[in-house]
Design a protein around this ligand. Structure first.
Ligand SMILES: COc1ccc(OC)c(-c2cc(C(C)=O)n3cccnc23)c1
Length: 121
């Protein structure tokens, strides 16, 4: 019987899928569910050099591209910051990005991650 070695990526993937499901629930309008394109956001690709959205992050989770939860957090912060760079503060996109960032930081706080790592043993 070939021993199926869990390289630990399986645990990380489960954590990230759980975290993303929790965070994406906050994006009720789906503004962050798919890549923003220049049709709906004129000039977007000229202003935002590194686009990011939840669908791209899900692909990266499934392809085991992230090597840690903090690595995933970098993309999450990038996604929110892109929206706060391209959109004016009075727009719903800016406001939603700010809210996502705040709720995300609670979930992805160092304390929370340390306690998660302790509980995973
Ligand atoms: C109005 O319906 C949608 C549907 C999907 C969107 O992004 C995937 C967006 C959207 C999402 C964004 C963001 C995230 O900056 N955006 C900026 C300007 C104009 N539209 C958007 C809006």
């Amino acid at each position: 019987v070939t021993e199926v070695r869990d390289d630990g990526k399986g645990v990380l993937r489960e954590c990230l899928l759980y975290i993303q499901k929790h965070l994406q629930r906050k994006d009720v309008n789906g503004f962050f569910a798919a890549p923003v394109n220049d049709t709906i956001a004129p000039g977007y690709s000229n202003i935002i050099k590194e686009p990011m959205d939840f669908s791209t992050m899900l692909l990266k989770i499934e392809n085991d591209t992230y090597d840690s939860i903090m690595d995933y957090k970098t993309d999450y912060v990038l996604m929110c910051n892109n929206a706060m760079t391209y959109n004016r503060p009075e727009t719903i996109y800016y406001k939603e990005a700010k809210r996502l960032l705040q709720s995300g930081m609670k979930m992805l706080s160092k304390e929370k991650l340390l306690s998660m790592r302790r509980s995973l043993g």
